[in-house]
Design a protein around this ligand. Structure first.
Ligand code: G4P
Length: 527
């Protein structure tokens, strides 16, 4: 098969949501359709159950599960589909953000009763920064929830998306009767726990005035649907494929993942409209997937679950050309050639060695510590893929060595855990003290535990009062030097040697910005 055909076939996407909205359930139903799993319940929820935050065995178990569910691949409708999983739990948000750089589109799951929640807001903001095409799935229609129009307004306001309903629910909760597909013009009646393929459940209704609609859902509901469909036509712009691909319009579906209702419609539409692998920006130039030269980047690193082996799996997203086993590629950051004897695929549960891989594919590389998140591999050209920024952490602590004889182990462990993207490390310029920044508090426990069990090092933490870490830059080297000298106490260096301003409070940050108007402050490491 030609390379172009291979590329066209691929759809690599992520599902994002606030915890509990139904991401795991939806993923599982999609895998059932793709034949990647046979029974429901095969994809374990990889969230850490509430109340178990200090249970380290639970953390370790979850890490094991999340290796297995990091990338799930299946074939459907002639497409090769990759779902890249990202933990929805707040504590792992940094990792989630990184995964979003390796997808070509996303599906956002929203709970009909809860509406737009904080974690979804954060994740969608990142997608919008990158202009990633977004489809929205409103879940749990079998329960009482918010009014459809109110929800769409909320999505537009809080997520900044322009939405286009593709289907419309008839009632909800106890009164939920089904969904009318505005584009296919058919009605699908709700039956709890529907099977995978029940074509007969579709009732074709080309014209909403058709009395068949009244017979199917009752006069009152039919009238309501007619009115609402009219409103949709008036208020929303209509689906436009180009606008969707440019990230400017988001189609919205309604359903109930647990009941497998509305999932097939979502999947069928997804394979039709979602983008095949997109061109990706490097610091040097735009890389098109169809180019001859192989290029790719590492978006995730997972430590093996077996603590006796320090091997890790680096997840490589192929961006252009063809990746081949046992072929020399240039590891840009280390400036040396590397080849891979056992690159693994993620098709179904079979982890098998791949001979070749194409743009859009994700390949697992065994790594003994050579990779960092964001590393680029190429056929020889000096390129650096962009778009793997670090975000300002929200929680900070000083990290101290608790065992003076194990200083080396501690440093090694910290470096490797930071390479994996577990957290961020900042070193104060003034005194060389190390500060760990995370998105959630649980991460501190994970680091302490893993340092001890994997590296034989012990650490303690000390509280530090910090609001945000901002990456700073100034055109005028003289002004920048003056700023760094004046604010010496607040300056630090990140893992890549970039200069960071540690703001003690929102007010301190504002003051620094006012006092040094020439200095730019950024909340991400790439600007
Ligand atoms: P997450 O990955 O986004 O965190 O969510 P997950 O799929 O684990 O779903 C969260 C809870 O919502 C689960 O219940 C799940 O069964 C339920 N759920 C998912 N889709 C629907 C739906 O369409 N309707 C209804 N009513 N519930 C849905 P749980 O009690 O937390 O877990 P479990 O014991 O059922 O696994």
């Amino acid at each position: 098969m030609s390379k172009t055909v291979e590329i066209e076939k691929r759809r690599t996407f992520g599902i994002v949501s606030h915890p509990d909205a139904g991401k795991t359930t939806l993923t599982e139903k999609l895998l059932l359709f793709g034949g990647a799993i046979q029974v429901a319940g095969a994809v374990k929820s990889n969230k850490i159950k509430r109340g178990a935050t200090s249970d380290f065995m639970e953390i370790e178990r979850q890490r094991g599960i999340s290796v297995a569910t990091s990338v799930m691949a299946f074939e459907y409708g002639g497409r090769m589909i990759y779902i890249l999983d990202s933990l929805g739990l707040q504590d792992f948000a940094e990792d989630t953000f990184r995964t979003l750089t390796a997808v070509d589109s996303v599906i956002v799951v929203i709970d009909v009763a809860k509406g737009v929640e904080t974690q979804t807001e954060k994740l969608v903001r990142v997608c919008r920064m990158r202009k990633t095409p977004i489809i929205v799935f409103i879940n749990k229609l079998d329960r009482e929830g918010k009014d459809g129009f109110d929800l769409l307004d909320e999505i537009e306001q809080k997520l900044g998306l322009t939405v286009q309903p593709m289907s419309w629910p008839i009632g909800m909760g106890q009164r939920f009767q089904g969904v009318y597909n505005l584009y296919e013009q058919n009605l699908r009646l709700f039956r709890p726990h529907s099977k995978l393929t029940e074509e007969e459940e579709y009732v074709r209704i080309d014209d909403l005035e058709d009395p068949e609609l009244d017979r199917q859902v009752g006069e009152k509901a039919a009238e309501e649907l007619r009115e609402e469909a009219l409103m949709i036509e008036e208020v929303y712009p209509g689906f436009d494929q180009e606008a969707y691909l440019e990230g400017n319009i988001s189609p919205v579906f309604f359903g109930s993942a647990i009941n497998n209702f509305g999932v097939k419609e979502l999947l069928d539409c997804f394979v039709r409209i979602a983008p095949s692998p997109l061109a990706r920006q490097t610091e040097e130039r735009l890389v098109e997937p169809g180019e001859d030269q192989f290029t790719g980047f590492v978006f995730k690193i997972h430590a093996n679950i077996d603590p006796r082996h320090r091997d890790r799996i680096a997840f490589l997203r192929i961006c252009s050309g063809k990746f081949e086993r046992n072929t020399n590629y240039l590891h840009i950051r280390q400036n040396r050639k590397m080849k891979f004897a056992n690159p693994t695929s993620f098709m179904a549960a079979r982890k098998e060695v791949v001979e070749e891989a194409y743009p859009g594919d994700i390949v697992g590389l065994y790594d003994s510590g050579n990779f960092k998140i964001g590393d680029t591999l190429t056929g020889g050209e000096q390129l650096h893929f962009k778009g793997i920024p670090s975000f300002s952490p929200e929680q900070f602590r000083y990290v101290n060595n608790a065992d003076p004889l194990k200083a080396k182990q501690l440093n090694k462990g910290l470096t490797q855990l930071m390479d994996e993207g577990v957290a961020q490390l900042f070193v104060r310029e003034q005194n060389g003290r190390k500060i760990i920044g995370t998105v959630g508090a649980l991460q501190f426990d994970v680091i302490q535990y893993r340092l001890e069990h994997e590296y034989g090092a012990k650490c303690t933490y000390e509280p530090i009062n910090l609001h945000k870490a901002c990456w700073v830059y100034c055109e005028d080297a003289e002004v920048f030097r003056a700023f760094r000298k004046r604010r010496q106490r607040d300056m630090a260096i990140d893992k890549d040697g970039k200069v960071v301003f540690l703001a003690e409070s929102a007010w301190a940050l504002q003051m620094a910005q006012e006092n040094f108007p020439e200095v730019q402050f950024y909340f991400t490491s790439e600007f």
